[in-house]
Design a protein around this ligand. Structure first.
Ligand SMILES: NC(=O)c1ccc[n+]([C@@H]2O[C@H](COP(=O)([O-])OP(=O)(O)OC[C@H]3O[C@@H](n4cnc5c(N)ncnc54)[C@H](OP(=O)(O)O)[C@@H]3O)[C@@H](O)[C@H]2O)c1
Length: 636
């Protein structure tokens, strides 16, 4: 296409954008970009500035030195458990890696603690209720092995299981973190311990670490032979408590190890998440089965927080709580750390070292600067406008903004709430504390756009405007009418014009002005003349804004998968090709959008190019083109 600009003729070209460079930041946090792909871990830029942040009264800012991996993190990272099974809070579903840490607080004192995500980081805001001082005779590396496993073991055995002196306990995976913590607690309480391990080395480790335990107390965790061992060693009685993390037939065998009135304490997630069946016969012995989700119990109950907090404090004073064996990886090798933990070969804990501990017990840490990928944050006090926000892509974009911190949204719509899914999304955001206004102001008129911007300004200064609104009036040119052009221009070209003009006056602090365009505009698409033209007008508006020193970004999307108009068409026609593009997954679109919003080109494209042989216009060859013009679908 020939383009006349700045006194010269030229053409539009697609040029690759530089891939996102890293930034230096005092707050980096680890996240997995694609659950199931351990190579996709990335350190991301956080928004805590250790020099400036004001910690809330019940929180303390902590510079992290060590963070520990937990099975929950591994199950989520490997995609074996879906995040929404493990984490109820919608807002932290993106930020779940890292549940415990050791480090220094704002006065330089050594602390260790538990959080519900974001501890695989350089710095965090720690909840004081789940923070402990590190004893002088421990290193910070020692301390990072302690909080989660001991709190879990105390809570499960003592609070839930009601364990008493003289009882017998089967502790699976005895060399694991929780396993060792549980063995320490049980032996100190005066209980008989049986445990299981998976290798000869681990068996030797147990016998060396706990001389009270012999081969009579140690079974195999890789098959169900431990059932026979328990029944033999207890003369057929079974044990009073089972602390279980094994799954499937090993879980069933463990249930059969229970004595009369025994208690089964399930801390594994797989069988619960997979809704596995359990025979009811076992309850004839008066037994009890407890599914223990520590995160759900403790984080929702200050009462239980206090109980386990005191138990750990007393356990440290009494010498019950001892640091565990650990393997340490540097922060540059988190993928290896996760892979190592998935092999099940580790003994005790797997730690990630964020920084080296100084010799002094109290020292003010200098913030550690790390390289991290930029991460888009919204300001909870500002407002975010999405025209067409109740559409397929609009709802996903709104959710993304909420997950990135937005709490004030104005979703503009022509027809208002219609579907149960839209209402469900709204309820979710509101339950997260977001104010979401549905605006029915007519964005195809100047007064409507003024009303929309005023509505947003009432909530907070407008930080970003996205225009996703669209009405399609597709037809070949000879069937198009003037009315079709007017209708299709309304929510795109006309709305973009008013949004541009009025936001210049009414939104002086605007950071983003984003128009959703289409590959149909860049490449053209049969039957979409008016759609292409209206998207093109939006693109030109964005170019003019950037020339004027204002924010402006038009994104030419190829077909979008999962949600939106094309996804709806896809239900009938699989592998749909539109304008030479295949559907791009919505998660990928949002990831790409983040990069686009951090660069300066006013017009950008993102698409999955279809196989050239499978073009939507069916014109792979001259014969195809001619036959298509003649209205013949197939030429033999
Ligand atoms: N989906 C794709 O494959 C794809 C590909 C390339 C580009 N895009 C672009 O991405 C954007 C979103 O696409 P989508 O698939 O999410 O479309 P969608 O589901 O159809 O959403 C667009 C929404 O715009 C709203 N709308 C129409 N007129 C409006 C008006 N006057 N005021 C306010 N809202 C209005 C409609 O919702 P109400 O009935 O609630 O008003 C409609 O649901 C569009 O701009 C499209 O051009 C999409």
């Amino acid at each position: 296409m020939n383009v006349y600009s700045g006194g010269k003729w030229g053409s539009y070209r697609h040029l690759p954008l530089d891939s996102c460079a890293t930034v230096t930041t005092p707050h980096a946090w680890l996240n997995i970009m694609t659950p199931g792909n351990l190579s996709s871990f990335k350190w991301l830029e956080g928004n805590l500035d250790p020099e400036r942040v004001q910690a809330k009264p019940d929180e303390k800012l902590v510079q992290i030195y060590y963070s520990a991996l937990n099975f929950r993190n591994v199950l989520l990272a490997t995609g074996n458990v879906a995040v929404n099974v493990s984490v109820e809070d919608h807002l932290i579903q993106n930020n779940v890696q890292g549940l415990e840490f050791s480090g220094r607080d704002h006065r330089g004192r050594r602390v260790m603690g538990i959080v519900y995500g974001l501890a695989l980081a350089s710095v965090l805001q720690a909840d004081k209720a789940m923070l402990w001082d590190v004893p002088d005779h421990w290193t910070l590396e020692d301390a990072a092995t302690v909080p989660m496993v001991y709190v879990t073991a105390y809570y499960v055995l003592v609070v839930v299981g009601g364990m008493k002196r003289g009882e017998s306990v089967l502790i699976h995976s005895g060399t694991g973190g929780v396993g060792q913590a549980a063995i320490n607690i049980c032996l100190h309480t005066g209980c008989t311990v049986y445990t299981t391990v998976g290798t000869k080395e681990k068996r030797e480790f147990i016998k060396k670490q706990y001389p009270q335990l012999t081969d009579h107390n140690i079974g195999n965790s890789r098959d169900t032979s431990f059932e026979q061992l328990i029944l033999t060693e207890t003369n057929g009685r079974g044990v009073d408590l089972v602390l279980n993390s094994l799954s499937e037939e090993k879980l069933q065998a463990s249930v059969r190890c229970l004595a009369h009135r025994g208690r089964f304490l399930e801390i594994g997630k797989s069988d619960l998440a997979n809704n596995s069946l359990l025979g009811m016969e076992v309850f004839l012995k008066g037994t009890s089965f407890y599914g223990v989700m520590l995160n759900k119990v403790v984080s929702k109950s200050p009462e239980y927080e206090k109980i386990v907090r005191n138990m750990l404090t007393e356990g440290i004073s009494a010498g019950v709580v001892q640091p565990l064996h650990r393997t340490v990886f540097p922060d540059t090798e988190v993928e290896q750390a996760f892979r190592y933990m998935t092999t099940g070969k580790h003994i005790g804990k797997v730690l990630v070292q964020i920084r080296l501990e100084e010799d002094s017990k109290v020292v003010m840490p200098v913030p550690r600067l790390m390289q991290a990928y930029p991460w888009y944050f919204c300001n909870p006090s500002y407002s975010y406008i999405i025209a067409g926000g109740l559409g397929g892509f609009g709802l996903e974009l709104a959710d993304w903004l909420v997950l990135r911190g937005a709490r004030k949204l104005v979703l503009s719509s022509h027809s208002g709430l219609k579907t149960g899914y839209q209402s469900f999304r709204l309820r979710t955001w509101r339950s997260c504390g977001a104010t979401v206004v549905i605006s029915l102001a007519d964005i195809t008129t100047k007064s409507g756009v003024r009303a929309l911007l005023s509505e947003a300004n009432r909530l907070g200064q407008v930080d970003a405007i996205f225009n996703l609104a669209m009405v399609l009036r597709d037809a070949v040119l000879e069937n198009q009418t003037e009315a079709d052009f007017v209708t299709s221009a309304g929510p795109k070209a006309v709305a973009a014009h008013h949004l541009d003009e009025l936001s210049r006056q009414m939104c002086p602090y605007l950071r983003h002005f984003v128009m959703f365009s289409s590959a149909a505009c860049g490449h053209g698409n049969a039957g979409q003349t008016n759609y292409g033209m209206n998207n093109s007008i939006m693109e030109r508006i964005c170019e003019a804004r950037v020339r004027d020193g204002l924010p402006g970004l038009a994104v030419q999307w190829g077909a979008v998968g999962d949600v939106g108009l094309v996804a709806e068409m896809q239900e009938e026609q699989k592998d749909i090709v539109i304008g030479g593009t295949l559907p791009q997954r919505i998660v990928s679109c949002l990831e790409v959008l983040e990069g686009f919003m951090r660069q300066s080109c006013p017009v950008v494209s993102s698409m999955v190019v279809a196989d050239k042989d499978a073009r939507s216009d069916g014109c792979a060859t001259v014969v195809d083109c001619v036959s298509r013009i003649m209205g013949m679908s197939k030429v033999a």
